[in-house]
Design a protein around this ligand. Structure first.
Ligand code: FES
Length: 178
């Protein structure tokens, strides 16, 4: 038999009612969490998922800003393009993507060629592949002269090169004559 003191210090065992109330609260808590989660997902549905991409049409300046016989590397990082003006005043926009596995080559002025750091492919200034595993020349973007006299590069139009073919002949429309 427990005496009065022992009875007072013994842990309280929940009665049937208290247990029922506890489970009821837990169940309502679960339902409330589920409804709240669903409401958040539902509300999120009405907000567009916006993807900010760099512009595909970019102005790079007037032809006079590109000297004959030079490769302009100013737009490589920002727009992924090299602007080349040859000695015959033909301008074209080379895509800065190696045609082997997509690395970004570098223009090496002292060697007069583009060199890919990944597997060593080399390209002449007109984009023709001359060494390494690259299977074809560099691609070119569409290039035009617009009303304000600037050169516009349209990156949504890519003139794809063909293996063992001169890109000037494959894609004559990739050249702007100034
Ligand atoms: Fe350029 Fe392989 S990705 S050589």
């Amino acid at each position: 038999m427990m005496d009065k003191k022992e009875k007072a210090s013994a842990p309280k065992v929940p009665t049937g009612d208290a247990r029922r109330r506890f489970f009821l609260k837990a169940a309502w808590g679960g339902i409330a969490s589920f409804l709240l989660g669903s409401a958040v997902v539902f509300a999120r549905f009405f907000y567009p998922r916006v993807l900010f991409e760099p512009p595909t049409r970019v102005k790079v300046g007037k032809p006079s800003e590109f000297l004959p016989g030079t490769v302009d590397t100013r737009f490589k990082d920002q727009y992924g393009v090299w602007i080349v003006r040859d000695d015959e005043n033909r301008i074209f926009a080379l895509r800065t993507v190696c045609t082997h596995l997509g690395c970004t080559p570098n223009w090496i002025e002292s060697r007069n060629k583009f060199k890919c750091p990944c597997h060593g492919s080399g390209y002449l200034r007109n984009g023709v592949n001359v060494e390494g595993p690259a299977p074809r020349p560099l691609d070119r973007y569409k290039i035009t002269l617009v009303d304000d006299g600037q050169i516009l590069i349209d990156k949504s139009v890519i003139y794809r090169s063909v293996a063992d073919k001169d890109p000037d002949e494959t894609n004559p429309q990739s050249i702007l004559i100034v």
